[in-house]
Design a protein around this ligand. Structure first.
Ligand SMILES: C[S@@+](CC[C@H](N)C(=O)[O-])C[C@H]1O[C@@H](n2cnc3c(N)ncnc32)[C@H](O)[C@@H]1O
Ligand code: SF4
Length: 410
């Protein structure tokens, strides 16, 4: 079995926000004073040049500007980056180019320019349309501003956009969660990401949990009801937290979940590349802090770490991604993307099937509803102790469960 090169995406991390939200553990920093937009774009391009030998001659299928708050960057900087990047790597026709947008940063006239720069998809961090919830979440926008931002984007011709909503919020009832979805549907997004609020270590919320977070049963009820509402409104669930109209799945995130390749450019960004000649999978991540990144980008000092994914570890990594998908994966794709024969996972597949967690139908392996509820247990079946000494590895690198969540909330 040999590794086959999968589609390549480009992730670009823009690390600043107006204000740090108390629940957020992304690599995002409150921007004080004038932000160094110009030098950061220079740093991104130097970073891209440094990584280019890993991706010579390959086409880019999607680009994602994530953060942080990418919409803090005025359009001319996004334009400069895209022009320069597309002169180094070939973007396929129709390449999906997404920009994360905080409604509190929307300005009249900007969306047209993002579109002219090549951005063809937006992802709005709405979280809720309830002003009390937004306040408790420490958001910089209210519901009126959220609606106004989406309408500005629609007027500028964006017809493909995602709304990020969170549920199980402090003091949120089932009716409030449902109402958030109804208001979302009225804006006709093509995609909805529906995340359960989690208390992440090292956040303000973890240190001082807010009052009134719904318990597990109430959160589960919200998830089930909301899933039903989403389906009835034409948004089919295709991943744990992702729902889309037909043909409007996020291609960039799908590529992660299908164990595709991605270059990760920017402070703290993670990349994963299949190196055909060496028959290996390389993970590379960049130094996290923006100040250090600005100085080091383009040099070895900006590399937070490199990690070659040994064959024994690939089934676990593959499952961590693919089992998030409602449609699961094909055994042929598993073989092509891990370089391993399907027999390498036959025993684990049997065990998971016996537990009622997975269904195998010819070449296709799908998680059952039970399996989707217990993804961690299912994925753990594929974990082998490879004897690696975790103490010597950068925590941003091997903590895969965490990193996959981070990648995938993008
Ligand atoms: C990197 S943020 C980017 C969006 C943009 N910065 C904003 O917040 O407007 C991506 C999404 O992850 C989700 N998210 C962040 N922290 C979370 C948490 N602790 N629990 C659940 N979802 C979270 C939010 O819905 C957020 O919009
Ligand atoms: S949730 Fe979004 S806006 Fe808030 S700190 Fe995190 S990245 Fe920034």
């Amino acid at each position: 079995m040999s590794l086959t090169t999968p589609p390549l995406s480009l992730y670009v991390h823009l690390p600043w926000c107006v204000r740090k939200c108390p629940y957020c553990d992304f690599n995002s920093h409150e921007g004080r004073g004038a932000l160094p937009f110009d030098t950061y774009i220079d740093a991104l391009l130097a970073d891209l040049d440094y990584d280019l030998p890993l991706a010579w001659g390959r086409n880019v299928h999607s680009v994602f500007f994530g953060g942080g708050t990418p919409s803090l960057f005025p359009p001319e900087y996004i334009d400069r980056f895209l022009q320069q990047a597309s002169s180094r790597l070939r973007f396929v026709p129709g390449c999906e180019i997404t920009l994360e947008t905080n409604p509190g940063t929307a300005e009249h006239g900007r969306f047209e320019l993002y579109r002219q720069a090549g951005v063809n998809r937006l992802s709005f961090g709405i979280q809720s349309f309830d002003d009390g919830c937004l306040k408790r979440l420490g958001r910089i926008h209210d519901s009126g501003e959220a609606e106004a931002a989406v309408k500005l984007a629609q007027d500028a011709g964006f017809d493909n956009f995602n709304l990020d909503l969170m549920y199980a919020l402090p003091q949120q009832t089932l009716a409030m969660a449902e109402h958030d979805l109804e208001l979302a549907f009225a804006l006709q997004p093509t995609h909805v990401s529906h995340y359960q609020l989690t208390l992440e270590p090292n956040t303000v919320f973890a240190a001082r949990p807010p009052q009134g977070i719904p318990d597990d049963d109430a959160s589960w009820d919200m998830q089930e009801h909301c899933q039903g509402l989403l389906a009835a409104a034409g948004y089919a669930q295709y991943e744990v937290s992702a729902y889309a109209q037909p043909g409007r799945q996020c291609l960039h995130n799908l590529n992660y979940w299908q164990y595709g390749d991605y270059l990760g450019i920017g402070a703290g960004a993670h990349g994963k590349l299949t190196l055909g000649a060496e028959q290996t999978v390389l993970r590379r991540w960049k130094t996290k802090h923006p100040t250090q990144y600005l100085v080091q980008a383009g040099h070895a000092g900006a590399i937070g770490g490199d990690d070659r994914v040994e064959p024994a570890r690939r089934p676990f990594e593959y499952m961590l991604n693919a089992l998030r998908l409602v449609e699961g994966f094909s055994l042929a794709a598993f073989e092509a993307r891990t370089g391993l024969a399907r027999s390498a996972i036959a025993a684990q597949l049997d065990a998971a099937t016996a537990q009622g967690w997975l269904e195998v139908d010819g070449d296709r392996v799908r998680p059952t509803e039970l399996g989707r509820r217990f993804t961690n247990d299912v994925v753990e079946l594929f974990l082998v102790d490879d004897g690696s000494d975790d103490a010597n590895v950068d925590p941003a690198g091997p903590n895969l469960a965490q990193r996959v969540m981070v990648d995938h909330a993008k």
